[in-house]
Design a protein around this ligand. Structure first.
Ligand code: GLA
Length: 358
């Protein structure tokens, strides 16, 4: 599949314990930036982008052995679904029917269940054009899988272009009314995946409010202003600045692990959701999306026990996630934007991660 001029190559990444072979695809652009993606979980295993001196470095946390992605990964780099984030007690009802999901996170369903989309092997079709290379990943999630109704046909595409945009498009359709919330769970450390914690990263979130959570990280249903709280990222600030202040929400999250409600001009177009700047490397990441919200998670559950790429153990707060999404637990919260998808409708959403330097 690879030829000299191709921006795409593929190789064996490894084998699962049952012998299934996992393929790694590499997309490269003209400046040499590259992203590596697996057919397993659509997982981004590496992302190399330049620093302010032009030096490429891998800025995403990941694992070397595919079996680790099944057993011990905190969703490093993965596509999460059917329902990214939490659904309280794994229960909801839809059109008069009660549904019970696999519960895999304390009392709750998290990120699609026991075998979520992060653990599926996807079909992969590469594509390329004059200024980009991409992968189209498809998968069918059966009716009743992990307790969710409806046969869901999913198509996620990744595209890396010459302007260092990594564009992710998610499409899905169902044969029965269901709920859906797809996201991408990459952990970033813009100074390099193996360079300690992310407390010096400067974050901007285009959000005047967030959804507070209870002790199980389930939204209480309120939408609360960030003003005069540590949740206010409307002026870029370092993650470390307020993460340690006395605050009930930071206590329950163990740091930042919340859903911010994006300030949107309209609910359709791509708008700026967040930026991250890392001062040592000069790397700057901008996130554009058409989604209503973003989960900002500061790696509070990382504890140095997972052996990451090249034997590096990812420490407490060694990476940050910015997961564009609908609000957590929407199927149980009438005042949140709907996550219902009906037969005949198309779910279609896009998020762009752009990488530059300052
Ligand atoms: C999400 C959640 C976190 C945590 C991670 C995975 O982002 O919000 O609480 O569960 O996934 O470790």
């Amino acid at each position: 599949m690879s030829n000299e001029n191709s921006r795409i190559s593929s190789a064996l990444f490894g084998e699962l314990p049952d012998g299934q072979k996992i393929t790694r695809y590499t997309l490269e652009n003209k400046s040499g930036a590259s992203v590596e993606i697996l057919d397993l979980g659509g997982i981004i295993v590496s992302l190399n982008v330049p620093d302010r001196d032009g030096k490429l470095n891998d800025i995403v946390l990941g694992l070397d052995d595919p079996a680790q992605y099944l057993n011990e990964s905190p969703y490093f780099g993965a596509i999460v679904g059917r329902y990214a984030n939490r659904i309280a007690k794994g229960k909801f009802s839809l059109e008069g029917t009660d549904y019970s999901l696999a519960v895999n996170n304390g009392p709750n369903a998290l990120h699609g269940g026991l075998v979520g989309f992060d653990k599926k092997i996807w079909n992969v079709e590469p594509f390329e054009g004059a200024d980009h290379a991409g992968l189209s990943l498809t998968m069918v999630s059966e009716d009743g899988e992990e307790g969710y109704p409806g046969t869901l046909k999913v198509n996620v595409s990744y595209k890396l272009d010459d302007d260092n945009n990594l564009t992710i498009n998610y499409k899905a359709s169902t044969d029965k009314t269901t709920v859906i919330n797809l996201s991408q769970h990459t952990y970033f450390n813009l100074n390099g995946h193996n360079s300690g914690n992310i407390l010096d990263h400067e974050v901007f979130l285009n959000a005047a409010s967030f959804t507070p959570v209870d002790e199980n990280l389930i939204p209480t249903g309120e939408i609360v202003a960030v003003e005069n709280t540590p949740m206010d990222f409307r002026q870029a600030k370092t993650i470390g600045r307020d993460i340690g202040v006395e605050n009930e929400q930071l206590d329950v999250g163990g740091g930042y692990d919340h859903n911010w409600v994006l300030d949107r001009q309209d609910m359709e177009n791509m708008e700026l959701a967040a930026t991250v700047y890392e001062p040592t490397s000069g790397r700057f990441m901008e996130i554009m999306t058409d989604q209503p919200a973003i989960q900002f998670y500061t790696g509070n559950f990382l504890d140095g026990t997972v052996s990451g790429k090249a034997g590096y153990n990812y420490q407490y707060r060694g990476g940050l996630c910015l997961e564009t999404q609908h609000f957590p637990d929407s199927p149980n919260q009438v005042n949140f934007p709907s996550t219902v998808l009906k037969a005949g409708e198309e779910y279609n959403t896009t998020t762009i991660f752009n990488f530059s330097v300052k």
